[in-house]
Design a protein around this ligand. Structure first.
Ligand SMILES: Cc1ncc(C[n+]2csc(CCOP(=O)(O)OP(=O)(O)O)c2C)c(N)n1
Length: 598
C-alpha cells in the first residue's frame, strides 16, 4: 500500500506523470478489489500490464499465481474461483493475450464464476495505426461478460473515486449475477515509474478516510427481493405440489452462500421426508450419497425402471446442466403436472421448456422457506428396480478398462475430483458405488470444452480458503483433452497438495464411436477420433511429475492410492479405443433385454 500513502509519492520531480498515474491507478484498483473480497490474482507476462503486475506483486494481501499461457491462465483462475468461492483477478498484456482468455470467460459466464479480467491496452490513439501488439480490445468478450468497462488512460483530471466506485458497482452487479467482468486498462508510456514518482498527494487527498481504512469506497446494499423471502408466499402452491407423486432431480450444486455439500445434503433430507426418489447428477455433491439412485443413467435402459419412474407427476429440480442424456430425454417426454426449478443463477437451464415455476435462489434458501413437511412413505419401488443395474455393473466393472477404472476411481477418490469432458464426465455420472466419505466433484460443464481442464484442476487445488484445501485433487480426462492443455502441466510442480492427473489414453476421441457422426470409410478416424499414437510418459518426465502406467485394476488401485499421499503424479491408463463403446453398448443391451435375470 505504500504507493497509496501520500508520503510514498512525495518524491522526485514532475517528469513521470504517466508512469505515476499508471502505477497509482493500478494500485487503487487492486486495493479496492482486495477490499471487495479478492485474494488471488493470476498473471501472465507482458510489458503493457506492468502497472497492474507491479501493483499486484506489491500488495501484501494478494496471492499471485503465474502462467505463461493465457488460455491456461484463464482456466486456472476459473479453478481458483470455484475452489475458493471468491472472485479472482486475471491480469494480461494487450493483443492476442487477451483473446486467449476467451474460452475461460465463456465458461465462467455459463457457470456464474466471478472472474475479473484486467487487460492492459494502449491508449486509443495507438489503435489501428500499425502500433505493435495493438488490437481492438473493447468489449472483446462480447456477450460473455456481465460487465465491461473500457477505462481511459490514467489522468490526474479524473477523480480516483471514479475508479473505486466503478469497481464497487461492477462487483455489486457480479454479486447479483455471478459471472466474468472485463475491465480494459489503457496505459500511456512510460508504463511504470522506476524512481521518478510524481507527488500525487493532492490527487489522493479527496479519498480521505478510505486511504487509512479497509472498507470499499462505496457500499452497495440491496434488499431481500432476491432471497428466500419470496418463498413463504408459495406456501399453498407448495402444499398442493408436495401432495403429488414427485421426483427430485439434482444438477450442478455449487457456489451458494452455504457450503455446497451442506445444501445438497438438505436436498437429500427433503427427498427422504417427501418419499420422493432422488436422481442426483455427479456434479450435485450428493451423487454418491447412499440415498441417491446412483445408477439411474444406466437403469433408464431398463423398461421396468423407466416405467416406474414415469409414475411421477411433478418434478422438483435443483441446479441444471444434467450430464445424463437419458434423464434429459425422460424429463422432456414425461407429461408433468408441474415442474419447479430452483437454482441461484438467473439462467433458463431448461433445455426442453418444461419448467413452470422458476425459483432463483440457492437450494438451502428454498428449503428453509418451506413449511413443515410431514414424513411421507415412498410412492415408488425404484431402489429395488435399480438394484439389478447395480449388480450387473459390479460384474462388468472388474476388468482393466475405461469403465472399470472409472468405477474404481469413484470409490477411491478423496478430497476433490475434477472430471474432464467427453467420456470421463459420462462415465463418472453412471458408475461407482455409494460412499460414506464426502467427495467434492466438479466439471467444466458450462460449455463442455475439452480445453483448459488441467489448468482448471490446478486452480482448484490451489484455492486456499475452503476445507478442501488440505486435501488431494484428482483430475480424470481423455488423451485429446490432455494434449489440448499440455502446457498447463508446467503449473503442476508448484502444487502444495497432492495432485493426481489420470489420463485415459484411448488414442483419440473415443466418444465419437458413440456420437452421430459419419463413420463410413476412414471418416471417423480421420476427421473425428484423430488417433495420435502418443504416450504421456515423456510429458511426465519433461514436467517433473511422478508417472505410473498400470496395466491391471489392482495396479491402478496401488498407483492411485500411492499418488494420493504426496506430490504430483500422472497416471496413464492405456486402453483400446473401441473398448469403451463396446462395453457401454453391451451394458445397455443387457439392461434393455433383461438378460441379467437369467
Ligand atoms: C474445445 C473443444 N473442442 C472440441 C470439442 C468437441 N469434442 C468433444 S469430445 C472430443 C474428443 C475428446 O477426446 P478425449 O479427450 O481423448 O476423450 P474421449 O472421447 O476419448 O473420452 C472433442 C474433440 C470440445 N468439446 N471442446
Amino acid at each position: 500500500m505504500t504507493a497509496l500513502t501520500p508520503n510514498g509519492l512525495a518524491t522526485a520531480g514532475f517528469a513521470n506523470r504517466h508512469a505515476t498515474f499508471n502505477h497509482l491507478w493500478a494500485a487503487l484498483m487492486l486495493e479496492e478489489l482486495y477490499r471487495l473480497g479478492v485474494r488471488d490474482v493470476v498473471l501472465a507476462p507482458g510489458s503493457r500490464s506492468s502497472p497492474l503486475t507491479m501493483a499486484a506483486s506489491e500488495h501484501a494481501g494478494l496471492r499471485c499465481h503465474c502462467h505463461f499461457d493465457e488460455r491456461g491462465l484463464g482456466f486456472m483462475a476459473l479453478g481458483i474461483a470455484r475452489g475458493s468461492q471468491r472472485p479472482v483477478v486475471i491480469i494480461t498484456t494487450s493483443g492476442t493475450a487477451v483473446a486467449n482468455l476467451y474460452p475461460a470467460v465463456v465458461e465462467a459466464k455459463l457457470l456464474g464464476v466471478p472472474l475479473m479480467v484486467l487487460s492492459a491496452d494502449r491508449p486509443i490513439e495507438l489503435l489501428d495505426n500499425g502500433s505493435n501488439q495493438a488490437i481492438d480490445q473493447r468489449d472483446i468478450f462480447s456477450r460473455h461478460t456481465i460487465v465491461h468497462h473500457d477505462l481511459p488512460p490514467p489522468e490526474p483530471e479524473i477523480k480516483a473515486a471514479f475508479l473505486l466506485s466503478t469497481l464497487d458497482q461492477a462487483v455489486d452487479q457480479q454479486r447479483r449475477t455471478p459471472g466474468p467482468i472485463h475491465i480494459n486498462c489503457r496505459y500511456r508510456e512510460p508504463l511504470y515509474p522506476g524512481s521518478g514518482l510524481v507527488d500525487a498527494s493532492d490527487y489522493l487527498a479527496p479519498l480521505g478516510r478510505w486511504l487509512a481504512g479497509a472498507t470499499p469506497w462505496s457500499d452497495w446494499s440491496w434488499g431481500n427481493s432476491q432471497t428466500s423471502t419470496a418463498i413463504p408466499a408459495l406456501n399453498n402452491e407448495w402444499k398442493a405440489f408436495a401432495q403429488q407423486r414427485g421426483l427430485i432431480v439434482v444438477g450442478r450444486v455449487e457456489g451458494g452462500r452455504v457450503d455446497d455439500r451442506q445444501q445438497a445434503q438438505q436436498v437429500v433430507e427433503l427427498s427422504r421426508q417427501l418419499g420422493w426418489p432422488l436422481l442426483a447428477d455427479v456434479q450435485s455433491q450428493v451423487h454418491f450419497d447412499p440415498h441417491n439412485l446412483l445408477h439411474f443413467d444406466l437403469a433408464l435402459h431398463d423398461e421396468r425402471f423407466s416405467a416406474e419412474l414415469a409414475n411421477a407427476e411433478v418434478l422438483l429440480q435443483f441446479g441444471g446442466r444434467l450430464i445424463s442424456k437419458r434423464l434429459t430425454h425422460f424429463i422432456a417426454r414425461q407429461p408433468w403436472q408441474d415442474v419447479w426449478l430452483v437454482e441461484p443463477l438467473p439462467q433458463r437451464l431448461d433445455p426442453d421448456y418444461c419448467v413452470k415455476r422458476r425459483l432463483i435462489c440457492p437450494p438451502a434458501d428454498f428449503i428453509a422457506g418451506l413449511p413443515e413437511i410431514p414424513e411421507q412413505t415412498p410412492w415408488h419401488q425404484l431402489d429395488s428396480l435399480q438394484r439389478r443395474t447395480s449388480q450387473l455393473l459390479e460384474e462388468r466393472c472388474t476388468t482393466f478398462s475405461e469403465v472399470g477404472v472409472c468405477h474404481q476411481l469413484a470409490q477411491l477418490a478423496e478430497g476433490q475430483l475434477f472430471i474432464g469432458n467427453s467420456l470421463p464426465a459420462r462415465l463418472m455420472n453412471m458408475l461407482g458405488t455409494p460412499r460414506q466419505t464426502p467427495l467434492r466433484v466438479l466439471a467444466n460443464r458450462g460449455a463442455s470444452g475439452i480445453d483448459g481442464l488441467i489448468a482448471t484442476a490446478y486452480g482448484l487445488s490451489c484455492s486456499h480458503s475452503t476445507p478442501a484445501c488440505s486435501q488431494p485433487t484428482t483430475i480424470v480426462l481423455g488423451d485429446t483433452s490432455a494434449l489440448h492443455d499440455l502446457n498447463s502441466l508446467a503449473l503442476l510442480k508448484q502444487a502444495t497438495q497432492p495432485l493426481v492427473v489420470i489420463i485415459i489414453n484411448n488414442d483419440g476421441g473415443s466418444i465419437f464411436h458413440m456420437l452421430p457422426v459419419p463413420k463410413e470409410g476412414d471418416l471417423l478416424e480421420r476427421y473425428y477420433r484423430q488417433p495420435h499414437g502418443l504416450s504421456f510418459e515423456y510429458a511426465a518426465k519433461m514436467f517433473g511429475l511422478g508417472y505410473f502406467a498400470p496395466d491391471s485394476l489392482d495396479a491402478f488401485t496401488a498407483a492411485y492410492t500411492q499418488a494420493l499421499q504426496v506430490g504430483v503424479t500422472l497416471i496413464e491408463v492405456t486402453v483400446p479405443h473401441q473398448q469403451v463403446a463396446d462395453d457401454l453398448n453391451a451394458l445397455g443391451a443387457t439392461l434393455r433385454e433383461g438378460q441379467y435375470e437369467q
